[in-house]
Design a binder for this molecule. Structure first.
Ligand SMILES: Cc1cc2nc3c(=O)[nH]c(=O)nc-3n(C[C@H](O)[C@H](O)[C@H](O)COP(=O)(O)OP(=O)(O)OC[C@H]3O[C@@H](n4cnc5c(N)ncnc54)[C@H](O)[C@@H]3O)c2cc1C
Length: 347
């Protein structure tokens, strides 16, 4: 697997187009975080899970959603659905479980004994924003004729951001990437309508000739409607007030009995693959240094006594994501930086 730095357009700068369709000033946007550097995996992000998969020796079950997790004194039973219409669930027995599904997905799992009420409350409090991408397939990468190689253009038309593939990576254009309120422009539209809306904006930016170059196909992906994520990523709004019951950010590194948690929602900054990976490493360290679990380990009082600083891991090697070199500061309510920058990672 090869990494490379993400760069802005080479050659001519990207265009900007205004609401009336007329081309605006060239490259109006400054780079809000010029010092930040981003990397991408050459060939696509799916190479990352594929590389992880190749290092696993145990069988991996795909298309097998977990529906229930039951903890006993000596083990934990995980019930999975092996195909959508299955009446009988398959049960797997394990010493511990590492749960990395998104907040909404975790809420649909039945836990026995139930998750403590404050954990359920924290799960309900996670604020996921929607995200939508529209891809259009063209007969040739016409942007190359404008010397555009990678990078993206901004517009205040519905598409908001248009991302160009790097050189030699075909003619599939990410014609629109929206998140949060901006996704509303595409909500309720059929696939055909959404593709055509994005095409209108590409034509407004690059010229009407692109309509002839579109091969009529494309993909619309709305993460808020994906049953396995039910949202794009976590953008936690600032807390307006705190009560005396509040003990600061919830420490997801604390297991609930034999159940450990990881994923972008369990560490800071939210909304990054890097956070998801680091939270999984944090959980792996805890699992490997675990003692026999007690189910009450995640009570707020228990957390307060055990955890010390937020995200610290009592009684095991400390692994504070926020202090990792290169990590962003864990400011709750801060927008994920990649969604506001001029260039960003791509997948
Ligand atoms: C549009 C968009 C663009 C993004 N761009 C970037 C970017 O450029 N750079 C970056 O670093 N990050 C980006 N992110 C964020 C990044 O994708 C997430 O932070 C990351 O994928 C989170 O990983 P995760 O393992 O926590 O969760 P996920 O990737 O959501 O993985 C959770 C997995 O759990 C599975 N699951 C759900 N329910 C169950 C169940 N009941 N049983 C079994 N499995 C279940 C799901 O199918 C899924 O495979 C982007 C996100 C979106 C939506």
């Amino acid at each position: 697997m090869r990494w490379e730095r993400v760069s802005a357009h080479r050659g001519k700068q990207p265009k900007w187009v205004g609401p009336e369709g007329g081309a605006g000033p060239q490259n109006p946007g400054s780079r809000p975080f010029p010092a930040r550097r981003y990397s991408r995996i050459v060939g696509g992000w799916d190479l990352l899970p594929r590389a992880l998969l190749s290092s696993l020796s145990e069988p991996v079950l795909l298309n097998a959603p977990v529906v229930a997790i039951t903890q006993g004194p000596h083990d934990v039973h995980v019930q999975i659905k092996t195909f959508p219409q299955a009446r009988n669930l398959k049960a797997l027995k394990a010493d511990v479980v590492l749960l990395t599904a998104s907040g909404p997905a975790v809420q649909r799992i039945t836990f026995s004994p139930p998750l403590p009420s404050h954990v359920q409350e924290v799960l309900r409090g996670l604020h996921y924003v929607p995200a939508t991408k529209v891809f259009l397939s063209f007969r040739r990468p016409f942007w190359r004729e404008e010397n555009i190689e990678g990078g993206h253009s901004n517009t205040d038309r519905p598409s908001r951001m248009i991302f160009y593939p790097p050189p030699r990576e075909g003619a599939l254009l990410l014609a629109s990437y929206t998140w949060s309120d901006a996704t509303a422009a595409f909500s309720g539209l059929s696939q055909e309508e959404a593709l055509r809306l994005a095409l209108d904006d590409v034509a407004a930016l690059h010229g009407p000739f692109v309509r002839q170059l579109w091969d009529g196909t494309g993909v619309v992906k709305r993460w808020a409607e994906d049953p396995h994520s039910q949202g794009g990523f976590v953008v936690q709004p600032p807390e307006l007030w705190q009560t005396e019951k509040d003990y600061g950010p919830y420490d997801w590194s604390m297991p609930y009995g034999r159940i450990y948690f990881a994923g972008e929602h369990t560490a800071y900054p939210h909304g990054w693959v890097e956070t998801a990976v680091k939270s999984a490493l944090r959980a792996a360290l805890k699992i490997n240094s675990r003692e026999e679990p007690a189910l009450e380990t995640t009570s707020p009082e228990g957390q307060r006594q055990r955890q010390g600083p937020a995200h610290g891991v009592a009684g095991s090697p400390s692994y504070d994501l926020a202090e990792e070199e290169g990590s962003h500061s864990p400011v709750q309510g801060q927008l994920p930086l990649q969604h506001t920058t001029y260039t960003r990672t791509w997948h």
